[in-house]
Design a protein around this ligand. Structure first.
Ligand SMILES: [Zn+2]
Length: 183
């Protein structure tokens, strides 16, 4: 569902995300104004990070699974803005430099993942996403990540080969059993 730009007969301008078939006119959202507002332009997106273009995406991103299970649903732009505020999310002015940089970063990330998937397959793309997530959380550079990944992979391989006995780890929390059959 697109975000529309409205102008009421009293001259108020506002944006609203509207669902339904007839979105050409809605009532003005400005407090104390009861004029009819006419749709003027359509915005693809007005918030950055992550970029949404559908109401479903907002609901998925802003509501907890518990809220969704309880039937809570965001239906309008003002509800979404209120929810974003309560979650301390800050919409960015799309004309600002900050918004431009964020958007470009996201496009770059998206493109990079796509390129890796095309060149080296889905498995490599998954590794790439994992790498960027770990780096974003730890602040590691490529070298630190590579060092950590080597140790991580070696440990996984050792477990797969059976070099490491994980039976005691798997049984943690279960009834105590002596692997050596001792006392
Ligand atoms: Zn108005």
């Amino acid at each position: 569902m697109p975000l529309y730009d409205y102008k009421c007969t009293d001259g108020h301008r506002f944006e609203e995300l509207v669902s339904g078939k007839n979105v050409d006119t809605i009532s003005c959202i400005v407090d104390g104004c009861s004029c009819i507002a006419n749709r003027s332009t359509v915005y693809a997106v007005t918030t950055v990070g992550p970029v949404f273009d559908a109401l479903d995406s907002y609901n998925a991103a802003l509501l907890s699974p518990q809220q969704r299970a309880a039937g809570v649903e965001l239906k309008t732009g003002s509800q979404i803005r209120a929810m974003e505020e309560s979650l301390n999310l800050r919409p960015l002015d799309m004309r600002s430099r900050e918004a431009k940089v964020k958007l470009e970063d996201q496009m770059d990330d998206h493109q990079s993942i796509r390129n890796v998937a095309l060149q080296d397959g889905k498995h490599a793309a998954a590794d790439y996403i994992h790498k960027t997530e770990v780096q974003a959380k730890t602040g590691w550079g490529d070298v630190s990540y590579a060092n950590w990944k080597r140790g991580h992979d070696a440990a996984i391989d050792a477990v797969k080969r059976g070099d490491v006995d994980t039976s005691s780890a798997n049984e943690r929390g279960a009834a105590p059993k002596s692997p050596t059959g001792g006392t």
